[in-house]
Design a protein around this ligand. Structure first.
Ligand SMILES: [Zn+2]
Length: 194
């Protein structure tokens, strides 16, 4: 049975809410947790063993990311998926990007499967597919991401959409189940392709 560790980015409350939409107040930590729980549900239904790095709004008490990678490594997870929302301080950036650790062939494959599923299945209300910002290479020491370079197994970080963009924010608020299904399908595509 494949062990999949899902990491809902950030934590609620005052710990580390992540990015926040200034108009609606939607918080990255809350969206990440809600989507991650749904991903866990769908992967469990697909026969995976699943563990979350946090299950509550305000977990973990530490913002030390080694806490999260430690859960995956101690458990000897087969895959690690960190779930986030993107944000910038201007309005127009939008879309999905999925990151993997430079040099990880399987991380890159998993990222591509998840990215494809999200692009295929998430649409704006006018029928356009969500913008495809591509699969991205995180190079340790350059633009590395801690949770990708400190996990023993193939790992990806999904930036589902921009919480700072009006259209994307609506998707993050209203289409959490669709994001979760897409991420879970990306994982099962990967597992079938391995
Ligand atoms: Zn984040």
């Amino acid at each position: 049975m494949y062990k999949v560790c899902i990491d809902p980015g950030h934590a609620g409350g005052n710990t580390d809410p992540g990015a926040c939409n200034p108009v609606t107040g939607l918080q990255e930590a809350d969206v990440a947790l809600a989507v991650s729980k749904l991903v866990a549900h769908y992967l469990d239904a697909a026969g995976c063993e699943v563990r979350l790095t946090r299950t509550e709004q305000e977990q973990p008490e530490t913002d030390d990311l080694s806490y999260r990678t430690g859960i995956a490594n101690d458990w000897q997870a087969d895959l690690f998926i960190s779930v986030h929302c993107n944000s910038v301080n201007y309005e127009y950036a939008q879309g999905t990007e999925t990151w993997y650790c430079d040099g990880s062939v399987n991380g890159k494959k998993l990222a591509a499967y998840i990215q494809n599923q999200i692009i295929k299945s998430i649409k704006y209300p006018d029928g356009r597919n969500i913008a495809n910002r591509g699969v991205r290479d995180a190079v340790p020491g350059v633009n590395g991401l801690y949770v990708l370079s400190h996990t023993d197994c193939p790992a990806v970080l999904v930036e589902m959409a921009f919480i700072s963009n009006t259209e994307d924010e609506k998707l993050l608020a209203d289409r959490q189940d669709d994001f979760a299904r897409a991420i879970a399908r990306g994982v099962t595509d990967y597992l079938q392709g391995v």
